[in-house]
Design a protein around this ligand. Structure first.
Ligand code: CMX
Length: 443
């Protein structure tokens, strides 16, 4: 058994025992209450699922196994001469809860290199799609095309014992993460470079090799990809892509089916597609205002016109966060250190000054601050990745790290089929009427 799998087995067996005890002693302990607003309001803030890799605090932002993004930047192994964490290290941390050593991360990079071969039929399947098909759709199809290689599906079909589910899921997780940069880069080169592909460089780490496969060799871009792949990897379990992975996986669909479904959720404009929408919105603003150096007053007018036409300001707001997203702040810091002179980056910073007070003045927006998607486009443009339709694919490749680590845990913990209760409005009206009658009678 490989060292990471061995460690995961030990950790998950131990936690499994603890959870059994916890449930035996406190299984009926109330952890939350639900009000009518939440039933109609997208189930915000209802504590009702377990997700080991990360936890989101509305004020503080994301913590991966207890570590904030600045702490990860300090503690996780980096590439030689690099400043940003290697995403391999984050995956290790999310999976087993320990900061890995440099050697362990090196082992993981090499292991993924060995698993990275993508069956030829996957590329041919993608090739059947019209080239103008959105890259996220192509990615989802590409992941589905790999499903015939699922270790979980094959072993399940041969009668696998449930005690081995976690093992087969681990194998699929490692294979899928290893292959994703190749599939994702294939789509990029197919759509925007007439299908001229770049060969992998097996001497590079996972994120840098992805940058290389895209065809962008700037060392600054490789560093940004390491940061990008780290900060987009996970955001606890309730967001749409994570929750989709969990929901679909809870039927014992394998990681390929679950992750492909999650990509269809990430492709929505209120979720991962927002990074594409942000840069489009900024470029439209530059075009409309006729300047690459708009003033705060000009940006303010543009924001108001967007709102006035019944659209959201992309990259702003969040279902859970109530402060500027630390993933935005990490990218802002990266931009300050590396590309402070970019006009687009400067616009992103001015938008950050202008938008929050305007959104707050509407009186309904719960979080007026920027989220992760508000900054990435300006940095990607700087490094020459100018094909906006592709931006969400980068998010997708990163998101695999968190949601698939979580699926390994779901299998190890035997988390059951997810099946919440739904009711009709008629049912709720009767329920409310009964409750009101009851409280009047008590008074
Ligand atoms: N611009 C304009 N209006 C906004 C807004 C924004 N950026 N963010 C929220 N609002 C509005 C909502 O549309 C809602 O209006 P109605 O009551 O008229 O329907 C109201 O404010 C209350 O919404 P909320 O409770 O503050 O926010 P939600 O939890 O419902 O939605 C989110 C969260 C992210 C969908 C929303 O803020 C949004 O649409 N933002 C823009 C899209 C975006 O950046 N998405 C990316 C999120 C991060 C990610 O997943 O990648």
């Amino acid at each position: 058994m490989d060292p990471l799998k061995q460690l995961f087995n030990e950790k998950s067996q131990a936690l499994g025992k603890e959870v059994k005890e916890l449930l035996k002693e406190h299984g009926k302990q109330k952890v939350d209450e639900v009000v009518l607003d939440q039933v109609y309001g997208g189930m915000r803030n209802i504590t009702c699922m377990v997700w080991e890799p990360s936890l989101l605090d509305s004020e503080e932002g994301i913590r991966f196994r207890g570590y904030s993004i600045p702490e990860l930047q300090d503690k996780l192994p980096r590439a030689p001469n690099g400043k940003e964490p290697l995403p391999e290290g984050l995956f290790w941390l999310m999976l087993v809860g320990e900061i890995p050593s440099k050697e362990q991360v090196k082992w993981l990079t090499e292991n993924w290199v060995r698993r990275a071969n993508v069956p030829e039929h996957v590329f041919r399947t993608i090739d059947t799609l019209p080239v103008e098909t959105h890259p996220m759709t192509q990615l989802s199809v590409g992941v589905m095309a790999m499903q015939n290689t699922s270790v979980f599906a094959q072993r399940y079909a041969s009668g696998m014992n449930r005690t081995e589910y976690w093992d087969a899921t681990y194998e699929d997780t490692m294979n899928l993460i290893a292959r994703l940069p190749r599939v994702a880069a294939y789509i990029y080169r197919r759509v925007y470079f007439n299908g001229e592909q770049t060969l992998p460089d097996i001497s590079l780490d996972w994120a840098a090799n992805y940058a290389h496969l895209l065809g962008i060799e700037d060392p600054g871009f490789k560093e940004y990809m390491r940061l990008f792949m780290t900060i987009h990897a996970d955001h606890e379990g309730g967001n749409a892509s994570a929750h989709t992975t969990h929901l679909v996986g809870s039927t014992l669909s394998d990681p390929y089916l679950s992750f492909s479904a999650a990509m269809n959720a990430l492709a929505g404009p209120l979720h991962g597609l927002a990074n594409q929408e942000v840069i489009r919105w900024i470029l439209k603003m530059v075009d409309t205002l006729g300047t690459t150096k708009p003033s705060r007053e000009q940006i303010s007018e543009y924001v108001k016109s967007t709102l006035g036409s019944g659209r959201v300001i992309p990259g702003y707001g969040h279902a859970v966060l109530r402060k500027p997203d630390p993933r935005f702040m990490a990218q802002r810091q990266f931009a300050e250190d590396n590309v402070p002179e970019s006009d687009l980056v400067k616009i992103v910073w001015k938008v950050f000054d202008v938008v929050p007070p305007i959104l707050s003045s509407l009186g309904k927006v719960k979080n007026p601050w920027p989220n992760v998607d508000a900054h990435s486009g300006a940095l990607l443009m700087h490094y020459g990745l100018k094909q906006h339709n592709y931006y969400t694919v980068l998010f997708a490749v990163s998101r695999a790290l968190g949601v698939l680590a979580a699926q390994c845990w779901a299998r190890a913990m035997y988390l059951p089929l997810e099946r919440p209760k739904s009711v009709t409005t008629a049912w709720l009206k009767e329920f409310v009427a009964r409750e009101v009658d009851h409280s009047v009678a008590e008074d």
